[in-house]
Design a protein around this ligand. Sequence first.
Ligand code: AMP
Ligand code: ZN
Length: 671
Amino acid sequence: MARSAIAEKIQKLREKIRYHEHRYYVLDEPEISDPEFDRLMQQLKQLETEHPGLITPDSPSQRVGGAPREGFVSVRHQRAMLSLENAYAYDELGEFDRRVREGAGRGSIEYVAEHKFDGLSISLQYEDGVLARGVTRGDGSTGEDVTANVRTIRAIPLSVDTTLLKKHGIGRDFEVRGEVIMTRKAFEELNRQQEEQGGKRFANPRNAAAGAVRVLDPTITASRRLGFYAYQLLVGGRVPVKNHSDALEALSRLKFKAGGDWEKCAGIDAVIRYCERWETKRERLPYQIDGIVIKVNSTALQEELGFTAKAPRWAIAYKYPARQETTVVKAIRVQVGRTGTLTPVADLEPVEVGGVTVSRSTLHNLDEIERLDVHVGDTVLIERAGEVIPHVVKVVKHGQDEKPFRMPEKCPECGSRIHKAEGEVAYRCVNAGCPAKRKESLLHFAGRHAMNIDGLGEKLVDQLVANGLVKDPADLYHLKLETLSNLERMAEKSAQNLLEEIEASQKNSVARLIYALGIRFVGERTAQLLAEHFGSLHRLAAASLEELTEVHEVGPKVAESIAEFFSERANRDLLKRLEKAGLRFEEKRARPKGTRLAGKAFVLTGTLEKWTRDEAQELIESLGGKVTDSVSKKTDYVVVGAEPGSKLDKARSLGVATLDEKAFGRLVGKS
Ligand code: AMP
Ligand code: ZN
């Protein structure tokens, strides 16, 4: 292929990838699956490896690059990154409105209300439409250059469409300010990982996001799945459009995630209604907000009002009352989890926090107890955020008890030995049959994100396990109405409902079932990826370590844990019984498949004339075959196009059949 044709091909591929990045990371509406996306990226990387002269810094393949640095360089901000004045009551918003109206000499002001993201503010500087620098707020006048790190955040465009800039009268050199955030989900997953790998927990998503941006190694930033919300557009330090709302709209068009459910408000009463509306709704947002930012919409009026030394006069942050309360620790108990992990829990003097009565709070682990220096009898500050269980923020006053908390030497549930693995924070009960583990596994299996068996709560599981009616999830599918309705506090009607729930759960997706099995390190997302990749529980169970690590985001540690799970006799038995019970083990395919290539595994290398990689792949899959990324003994054919890569050598050394384009055409019946 001529160089210009390759350049064009690369360009097309980049545009396609950018399009899908935008769908996924900005709009939250992906059109293709993760493996499909990975394939596009793989194709691009392959082409770029073959033609390194064509790599540009704004290529989507170039997000993570460069070695860890020694330190950060300080950069001066063109326009200071100020903080915001705070309001804690609606009265104060009224005051703010009065001052603005006086300054403007007008009766009513148009405002924009938007979410106050709880993350780390960042200034992104674009030159000639390409991201040139990312700088932290720092002290407001100078920040740190964290360019290599912010480049890894997929919601941040590495370049923008310059024709769009022109169309909207925005200069090619511009600045976007916004907040780097971590979603609650990514945060919880990160903490779970940290805990299982013996690392430190992060206190909140803001700290986790800030930590991830301020590390010297960009590969760490890349692994933290950060998000970015833009809330300001500047050219030469000034707002280039008439209204703040125009800026937010322009940012969206430039493919940023702009504002957070922002709204124009005619007057301060509308602003207050917006604040009220989001007070409870914010709990259900995927990210944390600590308030609402209110900004004067008109740019001209913003300029007229100007700044104080610390903050703009045209904006204010309304802060929601913290969901924090103080109470006394009555006891510290230990709970045994699904994997046998012992988790210390504080029993609290019941207290109301933001409308909910709280009587216990997790203390996570021994390290956390030591860090907090908490004892029975201490007065503590607790906090509730979102749907997560409340946690202890700090001790406000120590009580009489100076005795440090100790982990029990025997499992509080079954009396077995407790083991602490080298380098791990967690203590675990070694008894595989520990009833606590059984109960927790069942609760996990039935959980909302797993098999979603509503009505199978803690009390019921306790009874089922204590009476020996259920030992593992497969037993659930053999429960009889009679047995159930004989249980304490179980009316026949609710027993019937439960049986229906259990039966309905048989139809759940393979992804849910994989997650429900409770394999260590396999969270919801990983389960989804595994289901997409293998399409069947049997194939997953039979996968080698090598095949497992072929899955996007599955590292050696996760792969090992999966392989270990399926190598256990007890788990294999469980699978058999689950299958017999009628659970779904094979993912239904969306498209009916041909059978011409059924069961055949293909690897593609080099460039074909008639088909792009995607098209060839679709063709193979439509005929029942599958395409994998690397050549192994299990590969049936390697399809070799022009300028093949190292996969051809690998095929030859393993003796795998190779097909040129013609032969491939004949095989698929399209020659
Ligand atoms: P504070 O740190 O409490 O003084 O609040 C000011 C900070 O709020 C800014 O520096 C931003 O990092 C952050 N912030 C979060 N969301 C917004 C938003 N929508 N508009 C402006 N600033 C925001
Ligand atoms: Zn035990």
